[in-house]
Design a protein around this ligand. Structure first.
Ligand code: FMN
Length: 260
């Protein structure tokens, strides 16, 4: 087992990029992906255990809450949580803190992955992708320094009521939104979308993706599609795609990424 373990959920790569940057600064780190059930659950020997995930509808993404409950983290380990978001951090850190008490927590705002709701540049404050990426790298470096020094946050993560309500309705809304997935004639049948889907919700039928509704809305299928052939309602047809420039679809699908 590596000295440090970071559990990471990422749909469009911002969180994996943040996790990699923190891991590079810490050294000897296993990034364990949490898009699907984590390949490692017993991390009680790790000196530091971190979590990096995005805010989805004010709460935790995918099955992160369920997976967090299944982990064995020693109370002796230093624990930290980092949330990436476009406009507000939501209640994800607070929820996680109830499951695994966090010594330290922080947030990083980045480009919005929620293409059906708004253009990716509509983060608050609005920043170009280049500037947002630079800021994300600077903040990840600062977080890594804090983690190395064992800084302890003086306040618990916040839990605004509006975000709690949003997060509680999201598990019902996400599958409904998925009913709008469609594929255009640009599709080359590469099957990357099906391979990426953390829920196995996309099946290749006659060389084309067929979408079910068991969807967590990570939008990796749509945002990483090499031909931009996947849509979700009319608004996404013309809207520019976003995925983090430092993360590939292949990497997103790894179970564990080790960084020395
Ligand atoms: C389905 C979905 C819901 C989201 N909900 C929120 C939200 O409630 N608040 C917010 O500030 N950002 C929200 N975002 C934006 C993401 O938190 C942000 O883009 C994050 O950096 C994505 O991380 P990733 O690239 O690792 O997936 C949402 C994104 C998606 C795809």
């Amino acid at each position: 087992m590596s000295k440090n373990v970071i559990f990471c959920f990422s749909g469009t790569g911002n969180c994996l990029d943040i996790a990699k940057n923190i891991a590079k600064a810490l050294g000897d780190t296993d990034i364990v992906m949490m898009r699907r059930a984590p390949a490692v659950r017993d991390v009680h020997e790790a000196e530091r255990v971190g979590f990096v995930f995005p805010c989805y509808a004010g709460g935790l993404p995918g099955d992160v809450e369920k997976f967090a409950r299944s982990l064995f983290v020693s109370p002796k380990s230093y624990t930290f949580g980092v949330v990436s978001y476009a406009g507000y951090p939501g209640v994800g850190l607070s929820k996680l803190n109830e499951i695994i008490p966090l010594n330290y927590h922080a947030g990083i705002s980045h480009q919005s992955a929620c293409i059906w709701l708004m253009p990716h540049t509509m983060m608050f404050p609005v920043l170009t992708p280049e500037k947002a990426q630079k800021r994300s790298e600077e903040l990840a470096a600062k977080i890594a320094e804090d983690v190395k020094r064992g800084v302890v946050s003086d306040k618990k993560p916040s839990a605004p009521l509006f975000n709690k309500i949003e997060a509680s309705v999201w598990p019902k809304l996400a599958p409904k939104k998925a009913a709008a997935f469609a594929v255009s004639g640009k599709c080359i049948g590469c099957g990357q979308c099906a391979a990426l889907c953390p829920k196995g919700n996309i099946k290749m039928v006659a060389g084309r993706p067929d979408f079910g509704t068991d969807c967590v809305q990570c939008l990796s299928c749509l945002q990483f599609c090499p031909k931009e052939a996947i849509h979700m309602g009319g608004v996404t047809v013309k809207r520019e795609r976003w995925h983090n420039p430092n993360v590939t679809a292949l990497e997103l699908n790894e179970k564990i990424i080790h960084i020395d």
